[in-house]
Ligand binder design. Structure first.
Ligand code: ASP
Length: 324
């Protein structure tokens, strides 16, 4: 076969494979691993977009909760899944902090995954059990400093957003608290409502309903501006902790090696899901906004992940918190 003919045949074969990967995918239900417990904020966000994504893909999108070790167990499982787009991972800021926090991380967030797109960037709130003695952030800081040996702080393990927020809070007030780790902040919130644990810092997607219902106390939101969904809640800066801002950005990933046409189809279905009226409404009620179509792209998530790994490394190194 002449070189020209060989090239022509190869190009045709490659475009047929590309077209057929896009046409035949997905071949069955798509599983999205959430690396935290059911009922928590990452789970809530994933379940909200799963239905419209499934509609768009023509197959059900099923959520699988694999909690533990601050999200690293579930992410490790997703990294090892077949690269066919049938198993995905929806993870948050923890993708960027784990490489510094964990000395023996079983996966590389950059080389073991194909980014699909950003999902949302969720504010956090500092909350306490409803009968906790402090009534505002100033009182909270005073109380915590005076009673540090008896105050307990819930989180979802090292690398979880609740861990990062707690780490920044403890550093800001110069006081170390006893932390109580959970597999996700869904069960942690249940214990906070039940009074078994004192404090937490968690996404608004988990806490807004309980704050509004008076089941927990809220002290401050970690955004620069107040939230429309919780207008009476001051920002941390207003309440006395300047520069205390944290946003829990979430992204959707596939295992490395997943064909590009499949990634493109997933990214398109994510963009459609994020415009779904129910998703927009529920995200708004829970204090967050869906990522734009420009943000819900592989390149935007790739850039976000690498810039956040670089951003968090010196902060974590300064705090000196590491896990195995
Ligand atoms: N909000 C949790 C965290 O602290 C995770 C979760 O349960 O979704 O990262």
């Amino acid at each position: 076969m002449s070189l020209a003919k060989w090239l022509a045949v190869s190009i045709v074969a490659a475009s047929v494979a590309t077209a057929s990967a896009q046409e035949t995918y997905p071949t069955g239900p798509v599983t999205v691993i959430v690396p935290f417990s059911a009922g928590g904020p990452t789970d809530t966000v994933t379940r909200l977009i799963a239905e419209p994504m499934g509609k768009e893909l023509g197959q059900q999108v099923v959520v699988q909760n694999v909690g533990g070790a601050g999200g690293t167990l579930g992410a490790g499982q997703a990294a090892k899944a077949a690269p066919d787009g049938q198993t995905l991972l929806l993870h948050h800021i923890g993708m960027s902090t784990a490489p510094t926090l964990y000395r023996n991380l079983a996966y590389n967030p950059v080389t073991d995954f194909e980014p699909i797109g950003m999902v949302t960037d969720v504010p956090m709130v500092i909350v306490a059990r409803k009968d906790f003695p402090a009534n505002n952030l100033k009182e909270l800081i005073e109380y915590v400093k005076a009673n540090k040996d008896k105050v307990t702080y819930a989180n979802a393990g090292i690398g979880a957003a609740s861990h990062l927020c707690g780490m920044l809070f403890m550093e800001a007030i110069g006081t170390e608290l006893t932390t109580v780790p959970y597999q996700g902040t869904g069960p942690a919130l249940t214990d906070l409502v039940g009074g078994q644990v004192d404090l937490m810092c968690d996404q608004t997607t988990n806490t807004t309903g309980q704050i509004k219902g008076g089941e927990i106390k809220a002290y401050a939101v970690t955004t620069k501006e107040r939230l429309a969904s919780l207008p009476d809640l001051p920002t941390a800066a207003e309440a006395g902790l300047p520069d205390f801002t944290v946003g829990v950005w979430h992204g959707l990933y596939a295992p490395a090696g997943t064909p590009k046409p499949v990634i493109d189809k997933l990214s398109a279905s994510l963009q459609t899901a994020l415009k779904d009226p129910n998703v927009v409404k529920r995200f708004g009620e829970l204090g967050t906004v869906p990522s734009t179509s420009e943000q819900a792209t592989p390149q935007a998530l790739k850039d976000q992940l690498s810039s956040q790994i670089a951003l968090w490394k010196p902060i974590i190194d300064k705090a000196g918190v590491y896990a195995q």
